[in-house]
Design a protein around this ligand. Structure first.
Ligand SMILES: C[S@@+](CC[C@H](N)C(=O)[O-])C[C@H]1O[C@@H](n2cnc3c(N)ncnc32)[C@H](O)[C@@H]1O
Length: 312
């Protein structure tokens, strides 16, 4: 299976320059208008030369022109809305006379949480609990014997056997997990871009015999997840600060990612090169055009989350 043709047309280019061009272009027009109004319209209206337009009028013009230019530059309506509110927000902030260190602090905080929005085009949003439970079912379907790097058989993993519908989330309790039931070869799971560490902490309680790792490169996001795992005090759960692209995926039985469309082609190429036979890649919501997946689970949550699954 691969994604429908329609999504293959979608491109994800960096919007920042076009956003900047939208505001800058509108700004130049507003200044020109203000100069003309001051030197020409002013005397005509009897308010005298050099008297410009009211500030709120200039802001309103900027708030209309910037989205129009942004749309003309090919960005979507969502960005146009951002461009509409930006001049009002800037004016409001200047009006309130907020100290400059507040802006700096907000910038640092935003960067520390959302570092990967710029470079990776991956924002911070979290998998929901229905997804966490679906992952339980998928983990139960992983045949650890087939994930052995020696003697492995790619055909041995049964895609149909790993259906979250087969496992009842309500039945699974950390206390119920019996170490005797688990395979002698314990599985290793990684969440690439682990956010606040919710998934690894949750699954770590459900499967004490598995190891759950997270890797996260946004500093504040990582610190929060690190504290979470520290408080959780589970020996089988850990999070690392680092870049997922430096992670060797051959170490893992299950690789989970919830990223964005932007890095998917690169991730799937990496998985193809590194993941060992019998291991499983699960991607929440996103997949790359033209690349086959084995199964797509649609979850019964509000956003009908899709889990794309590839068995290696
Ligand atoms: C959409 S969030 C998903 C969080 C978590 N996996 C979940 O499903 O709840 C994606 C996370 O990936 C992180 N991320 C993006 N690129 C990364 C990279 N190259 N290395 C490590 N983490 C990255 C982001 O900082 C963000 O926290």
């Amino acid at each position: 299976m691969s994604l429908p043709q329609q999504s293959q047309k979608t491109t994800y280019k960096r919007p920042f320059l076009r956003l900047l061009a939208g505001q800058a272009g509108a700004g130049i027009l507003v200044v020109m208008l203000d100069v003309v109004a001051g030197s020409w319209m002013g005397p005509m209206l009897g308010v005298g030369a050099g008297v410009g337009l009211e500030v709120w009028v200039l802001v309103a013009i900027q708030a209309v022109l910037a989205p129009v230019i942004t749309l003309l530059l090919g960005l979507g309506r969502g960005w146009a809305l951002v461009q509409f509110f930006l001049p009002w927000a800037t004016w409001g902030a200047l009006y309130l006379n907020i100290p400059s260190w507040v802006y700096f602090a907000c910038f640092i905080l935003t960067y520390a949480l959302y570092k990967n929005v710029g470079a990776e085009r991956v924002p911070l949003y979290l998998s929901n609990r229905i997804t966490w439970r679906a992952l339980e079912g998928l983990i139960e379907g992983v045949n650890l014997k087939d994930s052995d790097p020696e003697g492995s058989d790619p055909e041995g993993s049964d895609p149909e056997g790993s259906d979250p519908e087969d496992s009842d989330p309500e039945d699974s309790d950390p206390e119920d997990s019996d170490p005797e039931d688990s395979d002698p070869e314990d599985g290793v799971f990684i969440d690439l871009g682990s956010g606040f560490g919710g998934i690894v902490s949750y699954l770590g309680g459900k499967y004490p015999e598995w190891k759950f790792e997270g890797i996260e490169s946004a500093p504040l996001t990582f610190i929060i997840s690190w504290f979470r795992t520290l408080i959780g005090m589970r020996g089988n759960v850990s999070v690392r600060f680092g870049d997922m692209w430096d992670t060797d995926l051959s170490q893992y039985n299950v690789v989970y990612a919830f990223l964005s469309p932007a890095p998917m082609a690169k991730l799937l190429e990496k998985a193809k090169n590194e993941m060992r036979p019998g291991s499983v890649l699960i991607s929440n919501s996103f997949w790359a055009d033209g690349v086959e997946f084995d199964k797509c689970l649609e979850l019964a949550d509000g956003r009908t989350t899709k889990l794309y699954i590839k068995f290696f």
